[in-house]
Design a protein around this ligand. Structure first.
Ligand code: PLP
Length: 657
């Protein structure tokens, strides 16, 4: 089914299988190992174990491994094709997903090709230092971000530990700290400079670069650093040039412009006598979130990983050939491009808001008069209702819809003046829905001309009226923060029933008490980027859970998520494929409990419980509980609640045994 455009954004990992379920090929389509994992089967196995339920994140470490290999192979191939004399060494910026198991996996999978890590703060630096003890000794440890003496000391100690750390200067003043600390610790530093390029992209993350960008050194600041290093006889310590023009670079032309500009700075530094070895092109390799494979949509990119690598290598090669400079090792700090695919957020929709007001079937004008006959209608409403009955009878549905809308508006005004009853208002609201439903049915049968703009209505009004809200067991602020913060689009698809045509148009709202806690923009597959304002879904059925997956959220979402309404981290499960389509759950990490989130806000669950218990004893003495049994149950519920999951429980009876 092309409906959710899975073939666009999901390839080569996600697809709809023959059972109508979402499925995963963790090693991609282009491998001989063609295992398929049914996501519903994974969920069922997790649920059967009895400890975890939705919402949860399923991670596929094999996808991570594949992404790493795809990136490495793309650069190796581009190097070969261009006859490039340098090499490639990637690093993973841990800010993108600092989870211990993600970072450890990347180090393990990348060991054979000296894949390294990038840190941008002191906690990240300590974490990367520890993880890189298991990496290849040649792997780079790129130390970015603003630095104080403590940061610089740690980066220098990393060199003493035998790690290949490079201190990348973000500000000119950092050089003095590096010189002082390296003298103090008697370590020869390896230094890089972050250049502020004039190249800029105009996507959401483009503000990182350009003359007014937050980061990096201008040409004159870089030259001043060169002069200082030369004066102290340490110019050979300057070995790396870094830049980052922003995440999710939309097109290859921007990649080419940025890399060419940086490559020329690299060459100039080399010609000035610096010991230049590495050109670090930062992150920015984009993801096709909407499956349109186009730079126009803003949620996609117009290139493949292979084309990206080809463009980078070509641009560096050209600049070095022109300036007759030795080809550097190209370093790339791709984060989003590496980790987005490997994690899937799974959540359930537990109820649906009724379409605005039920809406009875309306076949003839007399149905209108029958509905209203026992009510006293103010004159204006009475005229409108007669008009409505007449228009329905002559089959002028466009006119009927305009009239029903006016009737609804006038009725609301009369209600505010105290002229109509709540009951009459409900009937009039329902009448509008009935006409809207009728329009929708007729348009599906192709029986409508386009709706007249004169009437102030269009088909989009009718479609909007049909959109319902699915309530989901999820916090958007915790699990999909970029959807709320910057309108980022993520593919969302039911995990099952995909062999059944969806019959409902829905938006999703979450558990938080916040009107922003909703998703109302969905992948449309439109190459020009217009997102859909609803998600086609299936009708919820009694006693049959309905599961949805949000895909491509492995980058930034987990770490940016906030604790709004005190919803905590979700459970995380790691799944490995086995030959023949089976799988193995290799790791289960429970999400935060209520006690955990309370503690994070500096409450003390133990003393909280004691306070509640002493209140309980007073209440018990005052006879506020039915009897001993009720009191015991209440105390037990209070106690158990502290250790339960912060999301809705699937146990409808809530028996604490
Ligand atoms: N390197 C630096 C310095 C960054 O600031 C970022 C992200 O903002 C990255 C790498 C990762 O970028 P991306 O996730 O787009 O690959």
């Amino acid at each position: 089914m092309a409906l959710y455009h899975v073939g666009g954004w999901g390839a080569p990992y996600f697809f709809i299988n023959r059972d109508g379920n979402m499925a995963v090929r963790p090693s991609g389509f282009n491998t001989t190992f063609t295992e398929e994992i049914d996501l519903m089967a994974v969920l069922q196995k997790i649920q059967e174990a009895g400890e975890m339920n939705t919402p949860l994140i399923i991670r596929f470490p094999e996808i991570l491994k594949n992404r790493l290999e795809v990136l490495q192979t793309a650069f190796e191939r581009a190097i070969l094709l261009n006859g490039y004399r340098g090499s490639f060494q990637g690093v993973f910026p841990v800010k993108c997903n600092p989870d211990r198991y993600v970072v450890e996996d990347i180090v393990r999978f990348g060991r054979n090709f000296a894949f390294g890590l990038e840190a941008g703060s002191k906690p990240e630096l300590l974490m990367t230092m520890a993880c890189m003890c298991k990496a290849s000794p040649d792997a780079l440890l790129i130390c970015n971000g603003y630095k104080d003496a403590e940061y610089v000391q740690l980066a220098l100690i990393a060199r003493q530990l035998g790690l290949n750390s490079v201190i990348v200067l973000e500000q000119e003043e950092e050089l003095q700290i590096v010189l002082k600390m390296s003298q103090y610790l008697r370590v020869q530093p390896v230094i890089g400079v972050r250049a502020k390029l004039s190249t800029k992209h105009n996507g959401h993350w483009g503000e990182t670069s350009g003359d007014k960008g937050k980061f990096g050194l201008s040409a004159s600041e870089i030259l001043s650093i060169v002069k200082t290093l030369k004066d102290v006889g340490m110019l050979d310590a300057l070995q790396l040039l870094h830049f980052h023009i922003g995440s999710q670079i939309p097109s290859l032309s921007i990649v080419k412009e940025g890399v060419t500009e940086a490559a020329h700075i690299f060459c100039e530094l080399s010609l000035l006598g610096a010991g230049m070895k590495y050109l670090d092109i930062g992150g920015g390799l984009g993801i096709d979130y909407d499956g349109s494979n186009s730079s126009a949509s803003g949620m996609s990119i117009g290139y493949t990983v292979e084309e990206y690598a080809e463009q980078v290598v070509h641009a560096v090669d050209d600049a070095c050939a022109l300036k007759n400079v030795k080809a550097p090792t190209i370093c790339c700090e791709s984060g989003r491009g590496l980790v987005s695919h490997h994690s899937v957020l799974i959540f359930d929709a537990f109820s649906v808001s009724k379409p605005q007001h039920g809406g009875k079937e309306l076949c003839r004008g007399e149905d209108v008069t029958d509905l209203l006959q026992s009510h006293d209608l103010p004159h204006q409403l009475s005229v409108l209702s007669e008009d409505l009955a007449r228009l329905v009878n002559i089959g002028d549905l466009e006119g009927a819809l305009a009239c029903a809308k006016q009737l609804k508006l006038d009725c609301a005004c009369s209600f505010k003046l105290g002229l109509v009853s709540l009951e009459l208002r409900a009937i009039v609201d329902e009448l509008y829905t009935s006409v809207s439903n009728l329009m929708c049915q007729e348009s599906k049968k192709g029986n409508l001309r386009s709706l007249s703009k004169k009437a102030g209505l269009g088909m989009s009004d009718v479609i909007n009226d049909q959109i319902v809200t699915y309530h989901t067991n999820l916090s958007i602020f915790k699990s999909v923060p970029d959807s709320w913060a910057i309108g980022q689009l993520f593919p969302i698809v039911p995990l099952h029933r995909l062999d059944e045509a969806p019959s409902v148009r829905a938006i999703l709202c979450d558990l938080t008490c916040d009107s922003d806690g909703k998703i109302s923009s969905f992948v449309s597959g439109n190459p020009l980027g217009k997102a859909d304002s609803f998600l086609p879904l299936h009708k919820l059925e009694a006693n049959r859970p309905y599961y949805l997956g949000m895909f491509l959220g492995g980058a930034y979402q987990e770490v940016l998520g906030s604790m709004h309404n005190l919803f905590g981290t979700t459970h995380v499960v790691h799944v490995l494929g086995k030959t023949g389509g089976s799988f193995q759950i290799s790791l289960q990490l429970p999400g935060q409990t209520i006690s955990d989130v309370l503690r994070a806000m500096l409450h003390d669950p133990l003393s909280m419980f004691e306070d509640i218990r002493s209140q309980f004893l007073d209440s018990f003495k005052a006879g506020r509980f039915g009897g001993n049994r009720e009191a015991t149950v209440a105390l037990h519920i209070l106690k158990c609640s502290f250790s339960s999951y912060t999301y809705l429980s699937h146990d409808q009876d809530h028996h604490y045994s």
